[in-house]
Design a protein around this ligand. Structure first.
Ligand code: ARG
Length: 458
């Protein structure tokens, strides 16, 4: 297919140049957005009398047919074209002759591509939001089912204080709710129409930019034409949002991987969402979680690539910016793929409550509650802390737990202890007393679940 800019050139383009220059292999996915943008542009050109109304109507009708033909596979996108914009305009001109040639009046591929990416990413964000909401709901459901599953909470990967499995996984729901906020924010800033910026300096035609923006569902128009064509902040922002999502999925994956090891055995993954080993018959591997953890590197790489591409570009458009698409589409596709595999893996995993409860019984995770018991008896926290530390050391020596240490031993360390200490350090009570908002008690976690569900409108 011929280039749009042939006039000035005497020689044919070298094949190597076209191969290197062409973006159609990765921008053809924007065909629908490109055509919808052109339909809006043509409508405005007609309404403003910049081209004849009859020609505008013909262009709009034919663009609609081209869209249908591509969707129904009766028109193949020519992969030899320079980009999707060239292909669509070339096809239109092949069908309409001179009328087709009027479409690009008062427009440049620079504002056209800036428009197409915004439209494409807006749609992708909506899909991502849907997938995030599905995962949040699955987490809420799992939390509901395991509201009473006591497990050790950790700091430094050392058993620290008693929580529940529900409380633990609702932390991920909280992260993903922030991710939803970030995406909504990015979408809001992205949803501004750059069409009318032209190549860089706007145009002398009497455009109605607001009309185009409204038709395409934008909230407004870009303020400055140079910025309109050379701004890719929305790609950077989205790649940053996606990177943070991957940080969250990667941390969750890391825990899944640990939890299904024999060392923890807090969960068991469903056979349909784990894999075996070609040599070790006993193996059941958490490949999905590992791959999600691994793919986070790829998305961070996309963000780094985008930042690096953009940082040294003099205004306005430069061809470097064509590099935006592969990076941002890769980041979008990777996160979508990760969520698609991750959500059913979480949904189908079995939670081994008894193993968690056993792990919670070891490791003195009720030591803080033991100290708080002494505080209740009037001792200063520092002294209570010291006395409990001595008790823990004694337990370790004797090979017992705080629950099984005889009362005489308690009294030897501090006179204030009596029989009630055993109730105070009971793990179920330690959890149910933590009624503070955000805490692990069933009531607090139920409130967290309700808040997350409200966020995702369930
Ligand atoms: N394929 C190009 C891109 O993705 C479209 C814009 C071309 N503009 C230009 N001045 N060469 O950036």
């Amino acid at each position: 297919m011929a280039q749009l800019w042939k006039g000035r050139f005497k020689k044919e383009l070298a094949k190597e140049t076209n191969d290197f220059n062409s973006s159609i292999s990765f921008d053809s996915r924007m065909f629908e957005e490109d055509i919808r943008g052109s339909i809006a542009h043509a409508g405005m050109l007609g309404a403003q009398g910049i081209i004849a109304k009859s020609e505008s109507e013909k262009i709009i009708a034919e663009l609609g047919k081209i869209l249908d033909d591509i969707k129904s596979d009766s028109l193949q996108i020519d992969m030899a074209a320079e980009d999707i914009h060239t292909f669509v305009e070339g096809e239109l001109t092949a069908r309409l002759g001179d009328t087709g040639k009027r479409l690009h009046t008062a427009r440049s591929r620079n504002d056209q591509v800036a428009l197409d990416i915004r439209l494409t990413l807006r749609k992708e964000i909506e899909e991502l939001e849907g997938k995030l909401k599905e995962l949040i709901e699955v987490i809420c459901k799992k939390a509901e089912e395991n509201a009473d599953a006591i497990m050790p909470g950790y700091t430094h990967l050392q058993r620290a204080q008693p929580i529940t499995f529900a409380h633990h996984i609702m932390a991920y729901a909280a992260m993903l709710c922030r991710d939803l906020d970030r995406l909504a924010d990015t979408k809001r800033r992205m949803n501004i129409c750059p069409l009318g910026s032209g190549a860089l300096a706007g145009t002398t035609y009497p455009l109605d930019r607001e009309m185009v923006a409204k038709e395409l569902g934008f909230d407004g128009i870009t303020l400055n034409s140079l910025d309109g064509v050379s701004d890719r902040d929305f790609c950077l922002e989205l790649a940053a949002d996606l990177s943070i999502i991957m940080v969250h999925l990667s941390r969750f994956s890391e825990e899944i991987i640990m939890w299904c090891s024999w060392e923890f055995k807090f969960i068991e993954l469903d056979d349909a969402f784990s894999t075996g080993s070609s040599i070790m018959p006993q193996k059941k591997n958490p490949d999905i979680a590992e791959l999600v953890r691994g793919k986070s590197g790829r998305v961070f790489g996309d963000l780094t690539a985008l930042l690096t591409v953009m940082k040294g570009i003099a205004l306005a458009y430069n061809k470097d910016m064509q590099e935006d698409k592969e990076a941002i589409f890769d980041a979008v596709d990777t996160v979508k793929m990760c969520l698609t595999a991750f959500t059913p893996m979480i949904d189908t995993m079995t939670v081994l409550k008894e193993n968690m409860r056993n792990a919670a019984a070891k490791g003195f995770i009720n030591a803080t509650d033991c100290a708080d018991y002494l505080v209740g008896k009037g001792l200063a926290f520092r002294d209570a802390y010291k006395a409990t530390g001595e008790l823990v050391a004694l337990c370790i020596d004797k090979g017992v737990t705080l629950e099984t240490l005889p009362l005489e031993d308690y009294k030897d360390v501090c006179e204030l202890f009596d029989e009630e200490v055993y109730t105070a350090i009971n793990l179920e009570k330690c959890v149910s007393d933590r009624l503070v908002a955000g805490g692990p008690s069933t009531e607090s976690v139920a409130a967290q679940i309700a808040a997350a569900r409200e966020k995702i409108n369930y």
